[in-house]
Unconditional design. Structure first.
Length: 129
């Protein structure tokens, strides 16, 4: 498990960025540490570590699943990750159009709203002061 955890932490940092992971690690408590270990090894060290599909494709699948299942809290984090996974804004819009057809327009609409807000935040962070 240590190997998948270590690999998971590496992938997590590559996809989400050091600042995000450092904040999450600093906020970790004894209560949620087992859950953090589970997702680091399981999601990041196994699923995201697989090279069977590209990170771009995996990013798109993740966004589609989050939107389709109504798990909106993690959409901004995964929109930010697209800067590292290679999923473009066009890719993301294609994803949410699929969600609209196969999982419902309200879910896609809300996901698009979150994506727009997150892209705006990302662009404002990169803009010179």
């Amino acid at each position: 498990m240590a190997d998948t955890h270590d690999r998971g932490m590496q992938i997590r940092r590559e996809v989400l960025g050091d600042a995000h992971v450092d904040r999450a690690e600093a906020a970790k408590t004894d209560f949620d540490a087992p859950f953090q270990a589970l997702i680091t090894a399981g999601a990041w060290g196994t699923v995201w570590a697989s090279d069977a599909i590209s990170r771009r494709e995996r990013s798109m699948l993740t966004l589609a699943l989050l939107a389709a299942t109504g798990n909106f809290d993690e959409i901004p984090m995964h929109i930010r990750a697209t800067a590292r996974t290679g999923a473009s804004k066009t890719d993301v819009m294609e994803v949410f159009q699929h969600v609209a057809i196969y999982a419902g327009v309200p879910r896609a609409n809300h996901a698009i709203k979150l994506a727009r807000q997150t892209y705006d935040e990302m662009e404002n962070q990169d803009a010179p002061a």
